[in-house]
Design a protein. Structure first.
Length: 391
């Protein structure tokens, strides 16, 4: 099962940049712009530099951007950076320093060191590392010790230990571990004890307990948990109290309360209506708001999150996006939202109203990316490394 192609003439495509030339915007949206900036100039202005990364499925590379104080994006020097065939996302380690890009068409994962001072990516020795067939999405535990990647064509999840000094990957004993049919999304509990995987072919979410010493997976009691039709991306709120799944086939979002054991309980009113063909998910660092790009209706649904995990549409939702919006990411401060537009080869940037969760397009948006950008990742400079938002 390959990523859905929405009338594109190019072969299957995914997340970050590619040839950054002129990209035309969707009707009513400004044409994408390519900016360049020195991250050292931002630091000189007293800013703590944040970066955004777009995995470009079609052009096989990762676009890297410095995030300005107003949320605007400017590509860093030497961007885009080469990946494999069909990268889907850049998974940034919570401890900073390293990042990993599953290559859906290349059946391997590219591994990088991140320069926190410049945002540049450098492939590490041994990259790419072997995976199963059609590696899709992945997640890293909070201590940066283990990486997990769903192998869509093999109905399995590959598990690796991460070398602390080099970022190199080594398959752990027992890997790969069995999943249901067509595993897609992967999410980690903030405490690092449970891993969740959405299973597109079975319409559910499978949960595993994680051995803290070895990283080995064991099916959680009560798992799998029912979701909607064709569940795609899955996200756990940074509070650890709720989990969400975008149901591509039923145009809904399933919401759950996460119990102390890691088991899921459907929130009252779940599933909640989304737009047409929802794909990605992003929760703000304060766990107040959820954002869902709708690839079929070219907009972004926004919700406030109740303590129970129940959702309520934000006033003004859905908000207009680009063409075929898929992947989405939020900055570490929860001030800005970035959406990869698979069909228009650019990234839409929005400011987030703290009091309401409403979105407003940032001046200059959308910003040019590579071919078919997918998931958007962000991180904040921490000395010489770069750490992602709380998960």
């Amino acid at each position: 099962m390959v990523p859905v192609q929405r009338g594109l003439t190019a072969t299957c495509v995914i997340v970050l940049a590619g040839a950054i030339s002129a990209c035309s915007g969707a009707p009513g949206i400004p044409s994408a712009r390519t900016n360049s900036i020195s991250s050292s100039a931002l630091r000189a202005a007293g800013a703590k530099v944040q970066y955004a990364f777009s995995a470009n499925f079609g052009s096989g590379n990762i676009s890297a951007y410095a995030i300005a104080s107003d949320g605007a994006l400017a590509q860093v020097a030497s961007s885009p950076f080469a990946a494999g065939n069909g990268p889907t996302q850049l998974i940034v380690s919570p401890t900073g320093g390293f990042a990993y890009a599953p290559n859906f068409l290349g059946s391997g994962v590219s591994a990088y060191a991140i320069d926190g001072k410049t945002g540049a990516l450098t492939q590490i020795t041994g990259s790419p590392f072997a995976t199963g067939n059609n590696p899709y999405f992945g997640a890293i535990d909070p201590k940066g010790k283990f990486l997990y990647i769903a192998n869509n064509a093999d109905d399995s999840v590959s598990a690796y230990s991460i070398a602390a000094k080099t970022g190199a990957l080594k398959a752990i004993k027992g890997s790969p571990f069995a999943t249901g049919r067509f595993p897609d999304g992967v999410a980690m509990a903030p405490n690092g004890k449970v891993l969740y995987i959405s299973e597109n072919g079975d319409g559910d979410v499978r949960a595993y307990s994680i051995d803290a010493g070895t990283g080995a997976l064991k099916a959680l009691k009560g798992s799998p948990f029912a979701a909607g039709s064709q569940p795609y991306y899955v996200a756990v709120a940074p509070s650890g109290k709720s989990l969400f799944v975008a149901n591509h086939g039923s145009n809904t979002v399933s919401a759950y309360a996460v119990e102390s054991t890691g088991t899921l309980k459907a929130a009252a009113g779940s599933p909640f209506q989304a737009g047409t063909s929802p794909y990605g998910l992003a929760v703000t660092p304060n766990s107040k708001y959820l954002y869902v790009p709708n690839a079929g209706s070219n907009n972004v649904s926004a919700y406030s999150i109740a303590a129970s995990g129940a959702l309520k549409a934000v006033k003004g939702s859905p908000f207009a996006g680009g063409t075929g919006p898929d992947g989405v990411g939020v900055d570490s401060l929860g001030k800005f939202l970035y959406v990869g537009n698979y069909g228009s080869n650019d990234v839409s940037a929005f400011s987030i109203a703290a009091a309401s969760g409403a979105l407003k397009q940032i001046k200059g948006s959308p910003f040019a990316a590579g071919t078919a950008p997918y998931v958007i990742s962000t991180c904040t400079q921490s000395l010489a490394t770069c750490t992602p938002p709380a998960q």
